[in-house]
Design a binder for this molecule. Structure first.
Ligand code: PEP
Ligand code: MG
Length: 889
């Protein structure tokens, strides 16, 4: 295979092979934009290197060939003593992983070529500073030396000279530092800093390959669900310099505001600075608009390029650029990350501008983004004591205790505290703390700083660059300009939409998007903002496009009504266990303790009217739409007192010489019902078969509720669902009883009650014998929670807390199968049951009501296998509607 591509040989669609950065550099090169020449080593070479610990055969020769071409194009050789070509070696995977992998700049410098660079640039300080940076970066990232050793030596040099700014160090100082740094390298690696430019380059390439597996990169991929085996490409690119004086600089730009989606000039610029300085947020940048004043020609050219890129990509692009002595260079572009709100607005604007179709627009937004927009936020008129404000880097409302380092953030959040991570700036080592925190607050860095970019990617609230707040991580406190002091553990609130930081807890309100879904905001009215209108437009399209129906899991009338407002087309799962709880518990106890059938019947008779009332309300809330009622599922002991508590109560009574008959009988019953594996025990249909009258009572309550609704002129559409069926015989018995009760009640009320009776498919045996089961089921609903539990043999109540983190860490799977459907295993059973169920009973209704019904990736799978509907919690209904539309579009 070909392992090395010149920029002019690639294009934007080759991301798998060239990584995002390489593919887009190629695209820009071919668009005729000013990209410094270079080449990309493929992800395939990386995969080979990581698998075999050695570079693939032939790679070296290819690199040599492309390097020669690069040297020819630049008219100088890599590290040429009198006029060195310098290159950067940058990582670039298929998916952007900001700051997670390595980059080495200024490759090609050594004791000789540094003099050539000084002569050519006419700037000694620049040349030695560049060399100093190379030894430092190379030492840290390629040779694995603790970066603090270099930083400490650097600080020491400043201290000795009595200065505080990096800019106060001159050529001689940097020259001395180079020697010190080389000493650190020799001491910690037992070898000299490599002077050979090609060796520098080769070592840097390998280091970038290896950085694919750096712990922080692994963690980031897990978070972002990026596959572990893609590998990174490496881009070798001729260096251009933004640190050659005040007519040079480097910056980041967006073609639209990544926070709001608005068109305009957004970005940050830093004069006389090199590459990473901006993203690292080390020095404070100026707004991009200021570049017009600093360098009008460069600014105009940049704006023209931005327009060209946006028209070409037909989407928001973000850009990294450098100006070297007045000449503009494009270092990177990509379709930019954006906030959830911006994603909807941009899609909406691009439709208006005629750049994309509605069908394309729906591919530009995701269910996860929609879910984010539904989180509560601070009220517009929120009252609270404002400590100060910074940049609104990533929206949302976060309240928590202030902590000043990642370690504390992780520790406190593990013990259940909500925390806000406060740092001067963040770097990739803070990633875990950022994940643990509710929100992130920094005092330095712009909207493109590490904190901002990563927080936006994670959908986490972030206020950055709040310069007026003195974040003092050493003393673990924050001092506001008004003199207020926030100590570690004090509660603060941060508003990622306005950028404000408050002392104490500020109350949060429902998001306008939720109010829109709830019908409180009419999208055609003045109340609706741009975002609500954008969401409305896209949801209409998704609803029209989707084939899957969307129902909700709702156990009471209130949830059913809300779900309906959110667009649910019925209830896919009404769990009935709560109808046995509360003050009805006593009746359940009586039922369980009954000595005779008559006593049992008495308890059931007392439960019946209560449950009838419950069903009547739910059927009214979903009038005209199907309501799938699942008969009782959990093991009975869940309705009895806890065994330990009860034992203690009985023992205490005994010690006092007392004897409580009821407690004693209860304890006996609890012992009798106790199971080692209750989830595999007496539950679901098994209860219906061994507890006489239980299921028929429930069916009778449903039937009577429906009959009453019919009398009142309603259109009740209950569906009776039997849980945990493993064999058709179980179902057959319960189904016949149910149909008999429906007929009886129908006759009593003088109405026809012709409602479907079906089953859950939540055991592997049920899935594998679906053809038989379908003869006795008018519908199937896949219970993917139990199905996942039983297919994997994972206790759904235990494993996520006990060992899943280890599994995720070891890459056994990228995401919990309880969260996102395991398509290959559990999904295979869904496919089998779907095919055999349909073959046995054409037209059988098929749905899913496990948690996966509201998970975006799973919804796409259910669409593919041809289910009729998904059912999920009311708040996920809009997400499922959108994803079902996306799946079909
Ligand atoms: C399921 O098992 O997927 C299901 C929906 O039922 P429950 O979660 O109540 O067991
Ligand atoms: Mg279940």
């Amino acid at each position: 295979p070909k392992y090395v591509y010149e920029f002019s040989e690639g294009n934007k669609d080759l991301k798998d092979l060239l990584g995002g950065k390489g593919a887009n550099l190629a695209e820009m090169t071919n668009l005729g934009l000013p990209v410094p020449p270079g080449f990309t080593i493929t992800t395939e070479a990386c995969r080979h290197f990581l698998a075999n610990g050695a570079m693939p055969d032939g790679l070296d020769a290819e690199i040599e060939e492309k390097l020669r071409a690069l040297e020819a194009a630049m008219g100088k050789r890599l590290g040429q003593p009198d006029d060195p070509l310098l290159v950067s070696v940058r990582s670039g995977a298929k998916y952007s992983m900001p700051g997670m992998m390595e980059t080495v700049l200024n490759i090609g410098l050594n004791d000789e070529s540094v003099l050539g660079l000084a002569a050519q640039s006419g700037d000694d300080r620049f040349a030695w500073d560049s060399y100093r940076r190379l030894v430092q970066m190379f030492g840290k990232t390629v040779l694995d030396i603790d970066g603090e050793l270099f930083e400490d030596a650097f600080d020491e040099a400043k201290r000795q000279k009595g200065v505080t700014s990096d800019l106060d160090l001159d050529a001689a100082d940097h020259r001395k530092l180079v020697e010190v740094f080389k000493g650190i390298v020799a001491e910690h690696t037992g070898r000299e800093f490599p002077a050979d430019p090609r060796e520098q380059m080769d070592l840097a390439i390998k280091a970038v390959f290896r950085s694919w597996n750096a712990p922080r990169a692994v963690l980031y991929r897990r978070q972002e669900r990026i596959p572990v085996d893609l590998g990174t490409a490496v881009n070798v690119c001729a260096m251009v310099f933004g640190n050659l004086g005040m007519d040079s600089g480097t910056g980041v730009a967006f073609t639209r505001d990544p926070a709001s989606g608005r068109q305009g000039v957004y970005g940050d610029y830093l004069q006389n600075a090199q590459g990473e300085d901006v993203v690292a947020g080390i020095r404070n940048t100026v707004p991009l608009a200021d570049l017009e004043r600093i360098d009008k020609a460069g600014y105009d050219q940049l704006l023209a390029i931005m327009e060209k890129l946006e028209n070409h990509y037909r989407d928001l692009c973000d850009i990294e650029f450098t100006i070297e002595r007045g000449k503009l260079w494009m270092l990177q572009t990509r379709v930019g990350k954006r906030t959830a709100a911006a994603a909807f607005r941009i899609a909406d604007q691009l439709i208006d501008q005629g750049m994309i179709t509605l069908e394309e627009a729906i591919g530009r937004v995701t269910g996860d983004q929609l879910a984010q927009l539904m989180f509560p936020r601070f009220a517009d008129d929120a009252q609270g004591h404002v400590l100060g404000s910074g940049m609104n880097a990533s929206p949302g409302a976060a309240v928590g205790k202030a902590v000043f380092d990642s370690y504390t953030a992780i520790k406190w959040s593990r013990s259940g505290e909500k925390v806000i991570l406060c740092r001067r700036e963040t770097n990739p080592d803070d990633l875990e703390g950022m994940i643990a925190a509710e929100g992130i607050l920094t005092s330095r860095g712009g909207k493109t700083s590490h904190a901002a970019v990563v927080a936006r990617g994670m959908g986490k609230t972030c206020v950055c660059g709040a310069e007026e707040l003195d974040i003092d991580t050493k003393n673990r406190r924050l001092v506001a300009p008004g003199g207020e002091v926030v100590e570690e553990g004090d509660v603060i609130s941060i508003d990622g939409t306005s950028g404000r930081v408050y002392l104490g807890e500020v109350p949060v309100v429902a998001s306008p998007v939720v109010r829109y879904f709830e019908g409180e905001i009419d999208p055609a009215s003045d109340q609706a903002d741009e975002l609500v209108r954008a969401v409305d437009r896209i949801m209409h399209y998704a609803d029209a496009a989707r084939r899957l129906r969307v129902r909700a899991n709702a156990d009471n009338a209130e949830d059913a009504a809300r779900a309906r407002r959110m667009g649910a087309e019925g209830v896919g799962l009404c769990r009935t266990e709560h109808m046995f709880l509360g003050d009805r518990r006593q009746l359940v106890e009586r039922l369980i303790l009954a000595d005779t059938e008559a006593e049992q019947q008495e308890a059931l008779d007392a439960l019946l009217p209560m449950q009838r009332a419950d069903f009547t309300e739910i059927l009214a809330a979903m009038d005209g739409l199907p309501v799938t009622v699942r008969l009782l599922d959990p093991p009975l002991h869940e309705f009895l007192p806890d065994i330990t508590e009860l034992s203690v109560r009985v023992a205490v009574a005994e010690a006092r010489g007392e004897r409580h008959e009821n407690d004693l009988r209860l304890l006996q019953a609890v012992h009798k019902l106790h199971e080692q594996n209750p989830m595999l025990g007496l539950r679901g249909v098994r209860l219906g078969l061994v507890v006489p009258g239980l299921f028929t009572m429930q069916v009778r309550a449903i039937a009577q509720a429906a009959a009453e609704r019919l009398r009142e002129g309603g259109r009740p559409r209950p569906e009776i669902m039997i849980p945990l069926v493993g064999t058709v015989q179980e179902l057959e018995i319960i189904r016949e009883e149910s149909l008999r009760v429906l007929r009886e009640v129908g006759a009593e009320y003088g109405v026809e009650l012709d409602f479907p009776v079906g089953t859950m498919i939540e055991l592997p045996r049920a899935a594998l014998t679906a053809g038989q089961i379908a003869h006795n089921a008018e519908f199937f609903s896949f219970g993917t929670n139990d199905l996942t539990q039983t297919v994997w043999g994972f206790s759904r109540d235990d494993v996520e807390a006990s060992f899943f983190s280890a599994y995720l860490e070891k890459g056994v799977f990228g995401v919990s199968p309880f969260e996102s459907l395991d398509v290959e295993g559990v999904g295979r059973l869904v496919e089998i049951a779907t095919a055999e169920g349909r073959a046995a009973r054409p037209g059988i209704k098929l749905g899913v009501c496990g948690e996966h019904g509201g998970d975006p990736a799973s919804v796409h799978f259910f669409h593919r296998v041809g289910l009729d509907y998904v059912s999920c919690s009311p708040f996920r209904v809009p997400v499922a509607r959108l994803e079902a539309g996306r799946a079909a579009a």
